[in-house]
Design a protein around this ligand. Structure first.
Ligand code: AP5
Ligand code: MG
Length: 212
């Protein structure tokens, strides 16, 4: 399975990719997670990308493509979360797929209005122990110790950065819907539904009718 999850910040790309990866056994590749891990490592590359990340700007294409490529080559079944984000990256992905002789199965566009997204991002928490994504109200962390946490806010979930990320999404990433619709790969999913319902719709769209 090779599926792209496309959608604005807070639509639930990471949330859904984590759930789907568990259910269908595909690898979850999140370029945002790759960027944050590099920053945390304190490497030279991490220092170069930190400022882009914190301001909500895109990391330059040539850097992000180099960072993502080993993961694409490594796994034969993946869910791509946060990549590609513009036409140059979509073309780089085409090239990488051509090199390994594979194609895309589907592009899932998660759709939700901007005002719902801001509420989701401001309540988001991520577990430092497991990387799992939660929401203080909509999907609270377990209280039984199953996930030891701590549950922290992301550095780029500030109001300014959220606004900038959404602006970039509408300007550069949303046009990819037409890019993939022209190839007959695009399926839109209503991301305003509850988390399990969204998962079910995606499973239906990729032809896996397992119950979420
Ligand atoms: P990235 O980590 O990808 O962040 P993002 O694009 O801002 O997207 P988010 O992770 O904020 O949204 P999401 O859709 O995953 O939402 P989530 O599932 O967490 O990228 C970060 C940065 O890295 C970029 O700004 C850039 O600098 C760099 N970068 C990454 N990729 C790049 C690329 N390709 N090119 C260049 N630069 C790149 O859900 C959000 C919240 O909502 C959670 O709290 C969740 O619990 C809750 N929630 C989810 N679904 C529901 C639901 N159905 N109902 C209620 N609550 C829900
Ligand atoms: Mg995410």
């Amino acid at each position: 399975m090779r599926v792209i999850l496309l959608g604005p910040q807070g639509a639930g790309k990471g949330t859904q990719a984590q759930r789907l990866a568990e259910k269908v056994g595909a690898t979850h590749i999140s370029t945002g997670d790759i960027v944050r891990a590099e920053i945390k490592s304190g490497s030279e590359l991490g220092k170069r990308v930190q400022d882009y990340n914190d301001r909500g700007e895109l990391v330059p294409d040539e850097i992000i493509v180099e960072m993502a490529k080993p993961y694409l080559d490594d796994a034969d079944s993946w869910l791509l979360d946060g990549f590609p984000r513009n036409e140059a990256q979509a073309k780089a992905l085409d090239k990488a797929l051509e090199d390994i002789g594979e194609g895309l199965d589907a592009v899932i566009a998660l759709e939700a209005p901007d005002d719902a997204l801001v509420e989701r991002l401001s309540g988001r928490r991520q577990s430092q122990a497991t990387g799992k994504i939660y929401h203080v109200q909509f999907d609270p962390p377990p209280e039984n110790g199953d996930d030891p946490g701590p549950f922290v806010q992301r550095d780029d979930d500030s109001e300014d950065s959220i606004r900038r990320r959404l602006e970039i999404y509408h300007d550069q990433t949303e046009p990819l819907k037409d890019f993939y619709a022209e190839r007959g790969l695009l399926v839109t999913v209503d991301a305003e539904q509850e988390i399990p319902e969204v998962t079910n719709d995606i499973l239906g769209a990729v032809g896996t009718e397992e119950d979420a």
